[in-house]
Design a protein around this ligand. Structure first.
Ligand code: NAP
Length: 276
């Protein structure tokens, strides 16, 4: 079954599930990304700091798919914040990807103490206007930061990619996104596997629906209107992860999962955590 899409606030079609690529590197990484594309994945999540843009670009070429069928994401790292720096950073990313367009370009972390995310975003809008970027968005932004970006540039980010899983469902942030037409994207959607997949409530819902615990969690993201980007290097697990569009959790299932809420997995608070 093809992975369904939603429409972003800039009119582009965006898959309801994509592939995380952190740690997918080298020839093995390329093979893993190609196998995901063969299984129907169309959204690929990369970043300068994953040091795998070359692998992602190569997988896009090897897949043999029409370029417009794939959505390649990369991100501006903290050390490249600032207008001119972000323009140069995008140029370097395009070189490494070996592509002439970044489909979704995100600010990786806001790094508020540097206070340059608005200038960075202005450069991304310029890149979008030039055609080097199709959609502009952010990652790890709070409602206050999103409000500032919108107020100062008039451009609502298409996507905010944030930590989101049943332990940390980001209820208030998702409500803010809904109000402003920002698509939520879930990073570490499986909580990096941790103990989440062994939670009794997830297990019993898997049994109830005749699916795997991973599929319960990924279906939960889809029903929250957030695009999960599970990373797997294994073709079979990739297929399992993408196969979540043939069943639905009901209201009481969602209520059962909500008892797992307990907060972030580690100290990734965007107001204080900074990455370069
Ligand atoms: P994740 O997707 O929650 O979990 C990945 C782990 O789960 C891997 O160890 C993977 O192992 C395992 N796994 C995947 N499918 C499975 C299955 N069906 N059954 C059992 N285990 C399974 O964690 P993540 O990689 O941290 O997050 C996903 C993506 O989000 C990243 O790759 C990256 O693209 C993005 N991300 C973004 C940010 C940000 O700041 N914007 C931060 C973190 C992550 P195998 O590979 O062996 O299957």
């Amino acid at each position: 079954m093809a992975i369904p899409t939603v429409t972003l606030n800039d009119g582009t079609a965006f898959p309801e599930l994509g592939l995380g690529t952190y740690k997918l590197r080298g020839e093995e990484g390329i093979g893993a990304i190609v196998s995901a594309i063969e299984s129907g994945y169309r959204l690929l999540d990369s970043a300068v700091n994953y040091e795998n843009e070359a692998e992602v670009g190569e997988a896009v070429r090897r897949s043999g798919l029409d370029r417009d069928e794939l959505i390649v994401t990369t991100k501006v790292p903290g050390r490249d914040h600032g207008y001119d720096q972000a323009l140069a950073s995008a140029e370097a990313s395009l070189q490494r990807l070996g592509l002439d367009r970044i489909d979704l370009y995100l600010i990786h972390w806001p790094n508020p103490s540097i206070d340059k995310y608005v200038d960075t975003y202005r450069a991304m809008i310029e890149l979008r206007d030039r055609g080097a970027v199709r959609s502009v968005g952010v990652s790890n932004f709070t409602p206050e930061m999103l409000t500032r970006l919108i107020d100062e540039t008039g451009v609502v980010p298409a996507v905010n990619q944030v930590e989101l899983h049943p332990y940390f469902p980001q209820t208030a942030l998702r409500a803010f996104h809904r109000t402003h037409g920002i698509r939520t994207e879930s990073w570490s959607p499986l909580a990096r596997r941790s103990e989440l997949l062994g939670e009794p409530v997830i297990d019993s819902l898997a049994e109830k629906h005749g699916v795997t615990p991973t599929q319960v969690v990924l279906r939960w993201h889809v029903q929250l209107d957030s695009t999960p980007i599970p990373k797997s290097a294994d073709p079979e697990r990739q297929r399992e992860n993408a196969d979540v569009f043939g069943f639905a959790l009901d209201h009481s299932d969602l209520g059962d999962i909500s008892v797992l809420e307990r907060g972030r997995l580690w100290d990734g608070d965007p107001d204080t955590h900074e990455e370069m």
